[in-house]
Design a protein around this ligand. Structure first.
Ligand SMILES: Cc1cc2nc3c(=O)[nH]c(=O)nc-3n(C[C@H](O)[C@H](O)[C@H](O)COP(=O)(O)OP(=O)(O)OC[C@H]3O[C@@H](n4cnc5c(N)ncnc54)[C@H](O)[C@@H]3O)c2cc1C
Length: 267
């Protein structure tokens, strides 16, 4: 179990970042579900609850999700359920159970870039940005390529680009970590294919998406199969105790094809 010596409840984001940087062992507290699994000795836990970061706001061109928003908020929010086929809501709905999803936060899930993350896989298929106190605003793809540093993730911004998306994942049993996650989107007529839990972090399959983009409206089952195979070939897969690399690759190919056909069928 992790331990915390003292708690700070800053009133501003700048104060939160200042406390975080004061000591190496200071850490931001999200829903604490993941922290609870470890043995980290935290000097000052930076509690963000006074900063008003638990929200989902629909703006004219985007949807903003505050860092302290829970997965249950994402799952039940009407705006997110309507956008891109409810991709984000569908991605989180299979994670453990309702009580768990009421606790875990969007900020921690994105900031930590977990390889197994259902949420990150789905988010990468959308037109998304993140905002950090020190790092500022950047695309999610740029954030994922950055080396990790101490910072506070304040919100996720999703541009409301028109389109559809599909989420697919396979677990050995309900409530387990996924052994492969797949999100496919067609936003503004541009395809994106994302595969996560490989078991490493979610990644875009660029060559496979290019095949679909070149085909335009001529997409059929054969091309979907070809794109799925290209995606499964261009991304690296690894083994762990949940599945072998070969099994993950085969499952990913099937899920990608399924997701492409689902998106293609949407008008
Ligand atoms: C048993 C278990 C099973 C899980 N299964 C799945 C699954 O199947 N699919 C899935 O997608 N996810 C799964 N998760 C991960 C979960 O969904 C959350 O992503 C994870 O628990 C982190 O959220 P939290 O709010 O609990 O973070 P915390 O435990 O509070 O924090 C985790 C880390 O993030 C840092 N942090 C927190 N908030 C911020 C912030 N705003 N800015 C910067 N750093 C921050 C903390 O300092 C800490 O280092 C699982 C987690 C657990 C514990």
């Amino acid at each position: 179990m992790f331990t915390i010596s003292t708690i700070a409840q800053p009133d501003t984001l700048e104060a939160a970042y200042k406390v975080l940087k004061e000591k190496r062992s200071n850490a931001v507290l999200g829903g604490c579900a993941y922290l609870r699994m470890g043995t980290q000795k935290i000097h000052t836990g930076v509690d963000l609850t006074k900063l008003g970061l638990k929200y989902i706001k629909e703006q004219d061109n985007c949807i903003e999700i505050g860092a302290m928003t829970s997965f249950r908020d994402v799952e039940t929010n009407q705006v997110l359920n309507k956008y891109a086929g409810g991709l984000l809501a569908k991605a989180v709905a299979g994670i453990i159970g309702v009580q768990f999803r009421n606790a875990v936060t969007v900020g921690a899930s994105v900031f930590m870039r977990y390889g197994f993350s259902d949420f990150l896989t789905a988010l990468l298929a959308l037109d998304a940005e993140v905002e950090l106190v020190q790092g500022g605003r950047m695309t999610l793809a740029a954030f994922l390529d950055m080396p990790r540093s101490k910072d506070v993730l304040t919100k996720v911004i999703i541009h409301k680009t028109e389109g559809q998306a599909s989420y697919q994942a396979l677990r050995n049993s309900a409530g387990d970590y996924p052994l492969v996650t797949v999100a496919v989107s067609r936003l503004n007529n541009e395809w994106k294919i994302v595969v996560g839990a490989r078991p490493t972090r979610a990644k875009l399959a660029g060559r496979a998406a290019a095949l679909l983009n070149e085909a335009g409206t001529l997409l059929g089952a054969e091309l979907a199969e070809q794109a799925a195979q290209t995606a499964a070939d261009e991304l690296p897969f690894g083994s762990n105790r949940r599945a072998s690399a070969a099994y993950r690759q085969a499952v990913a190919q099937t899920l990608i094809k399924r997701a492409i056909m689902e998106v293609a069928a949407c008008k």
